[in-house]
Design a protein around this ligand. Sequence first.
Ligand code: ZN
Length: 199
Amino acid sequence: MPTKSLERLILEFNKLPGVGQKSATRYAFHILNQSEEDVKNFAEALLAVKEKVKKCQICGNYCESDTCNICSDNARNHNIICVVEESKDIMILEKTTKYRGVYHVLNGRLDPLNGITPNELNIKSLIERIGKDDIEEIILATNPNIEGETTAMYLAKLMKNFGIKITKLASGIPMGGNLEFSDTATISRALDDRIEIEI
Ligand code: ZN
């Protein structure tokens, strides 16, 4: 029977995605066997992300200043916006080193059954950006599953009258899949071969 403190730590690890009771227990005992310094560093890293990380005022990407390093990079093409569901999708697309435009983070995907309607997503600021900046192309890079496709179609319809090119990543990323689980070469190709959405 674990002690009260161990039990508490197991419970916390158990809240993490993909961490079951067994792994949570293993992690808790691992922490117990680590040096005080290592544990302190770990605890401080946890607190630091909550204290220091905020959202970019322009695109919604995570950063530690008012605007992220992508939005403040003048060498990038600010006329192309790639729309993604989450901040972590940016990291995946950036790994291809191919895309030189900027991004917009929706902060989720449409999922009406679970109460996620357009109002819950970062859509208003996207429309404002399009109205303000001289945007040439919007790349919809939502995940290739039902919610992601629904979100992309919703946005394509919404932006239909702006007179800008609206594209989406080419297939290659398996349907029902996730950007997260696709390799860099596949994503790179999907970006290169992106197709225009006609509505
Ligand atoms: Zn940004």
